[in-house]
Design a protein around this ligand. Structure first.
Ligand code: SF4
Ligand code: SF4
Length: 206
């Protein structure tokens, strides 16, 4: 009686991962596994390991080593200057209009004879890019009529707070050419004779 109860408690399908009626596949035909076949398999594995050992290393030890980038790589933006130190940006806001994610802010101001920042009538008083939003599409670079905004090769942009990803004009603007910087320094110390932006706008280098 006890044996009958035990039999009834046992399920029809003792293998839980198989559906009722599903057959158990037959064991593989041929030689049964043994010590010799294990050693052969081990030798095959070691052969693969040794082959990989003598192949050229493709791993790059970043950040000490860096792989070369394509010339067309689009990384962090830069605001460019002319050779005479004037800023290229004329505050037209075409880049902001072209940006598909609206991450560029341009506030323009008028150039004056006393304070000329760019060759045009206006210059960018404020220029900001929210790098957290930027998708590095390059539309801003394409839209700029004076090639003022360009995407450079720099891609290491990690930082510690969201605020630091708002790139201001000061951060984006490329440094002054050394000769213009030297003239500025001379002027500041009272020894210079040439104003920093002496070249007329129409002769500005490209
Ligand atoms: S690269 Fe594209 S997303 Fe980034 S600022 Fe320029 S237009 Fe906007
Ligand atoms: S970067 Fe170019 S497109 Fe953008 S505001 Fe300046 S001049 Fe205009």
């Amino acid at each position: 009686m006890a044996d009958e109860e035990t039999k009834q408690d046992q399920p029809d399908n003792p293998t839980p991962l198989r559906r009722p009626g599903e057959g158990v596949p037959p064991p593989p035909q041929g030689e049964r596994p043994g010590v010799v076949s294990d050693v052969v398999a081990l030798g095959a594995g070691l052969k693969t390991t040794l082959q990989e050992f003598f192949r050229p290393v493709v791993t790059t030890m970043y950040p000490e080593d860096k792989t070369p980038r394509s010339e067309r790589y689009r990384g962090r933006h830069y605001l460019r200057r002319y050779d005479n130190g004037l800023e290229r940006c004329i505050g037209c806001e075409l880049c902001a209009a072209a940006c598909p994610v609206g991450c560029i802010l341009v506030v323009a101001a008028e150039n004056t004879d006393e304070k000329r920042v760019s060759p045009g009538e206006r210059y960018a008083k404020t220029y900001e890019i929210n790098m957290l939003r930027c998708i590095f599409c390059g539309y801003c670079e394409d839209a700029c009529p004076v090639q003022a905004i360009v995407l450079g090769p720099e891609y290491e942009l990690s930082d510690t707070s969201r605020e630091k990803f708002i790139y201001t004009k000061e951060r984006l603007l490329e440094p002054l050419p050394p000769d213009v910087q030297a003239r500025l320094n001379d002027k500041a110390s009272g020894t210079g004779t040439t104003p920093p932006h002496a070249d007329p706008p129409h002769r500005a280098g490209r």
